[in-house]
Design a protein. Structure first.
Length: 246
């Protein structure tokens, strides 16, 4: 599918005389953005959080220095490919746009697919979740994940995590990682359990409407950005929280 898209996109752009192409800055979108930019001799920016027109140029706001700051950048070439972070903008209440059919003649690829094996893994979409219950390294026992999952289910939400929980401990799939190495999420409610609040994580959750942090370190960085905080051991809070939701 990616190969077909890579061929069809530049052809479509040329047919429509489109000099600015917007894509989603997810895993596939970022790969397509780079390939498309190369085909069109275009400049390319990914992970864009905001757009603004200024003096005939499009200014793009992106996280920089590992998420520690926000940089304003613009593409100088005529052709531009911009990949925008999912949920960077709120949906428009009404759409006045239209969809038009476009015939594109894509040549068959010289590469033949001999076999397709489905990737084993998690199909969760934490970016679409309205409520997230996220765990960090402060959750010391893997067995406590059952209570975390029960809490998320009771709230109608999804379980997410910081990067080490998935990549180092391998307790959860990488599809559940929040942050610079994972997903940027904007839930209505984020409950953060045992997460210290390193900037690599917070860039993916700081736009939540309400953040609740539970940590046994009152000086943890996450406590400074949360709307509600509780200084306590996560293991002590989980059964009480689950009981209150039951």
């Amino acid at each position: 599918m990616t190969g077909v898209q890579t061929c069809a996109l530049p052809i479509s752009a040329q047919k429509l005389s489109a000099s600015i192409i917007l894509l989603s800055s997810n895993r596939r979108g970022k790969e397509l953005a780079g390939r498309l930019a190369q085909s069109l001799a275009a400049g390319c920016l990914s992970d864009v959080n905001s757009l603004k027109a200024s003096n005939g140029k499009i200014e793009c706001l992106r996280n920089a220095l590992g998420g520690a700051t926000v940089a304003t950048q613009q593409i100088e070439t005529e052709n531009q490919v911009i990949a925008i972070m999912p949920k960077a903008f709120e949906p428009a209440p009404e759409s006045s746009g239209s969809l038009n059919d476009l015939a594109v003649d894509v040549q068959a690829s010289a590469i033949k697919v001999l076999e397709v094996k489905p990737k084993a893994g998690d199909s969760v979409d934490i970016e679409a979740a309205d409520i997230l219950v996220a765990v960090g390294q402060g959750l010391e026992n893997q067995g406590d994940l059952a209570q975390v999952e029960a809490i998320a289910k009771a709230l109608g939400g999804e379980v997410a995590c910081s990067k080490p929980v998935a990549t180092d401990k391998k307790w959860l799939s990488e599809e559940r990682i929040i942050g610079l190495s994972g997903k940027k999420c904007k839930p209505s409610l984020a409950i953060l359990l045992g997460i210290s609040g390193q900037v690599q994580f917070t860039v993916g959750i700081r736009d939540s409407k309400t953040i609740v942090a539970i940590n046994n370190d009152e000086n943890a960085d996450i406590m400074k950005m949360a709307d509600y905080v509780m200084v306590a051991d996560v293991e002590d809070v989980l059964p009480e929280l689950l009981k209150a939701l039951s």
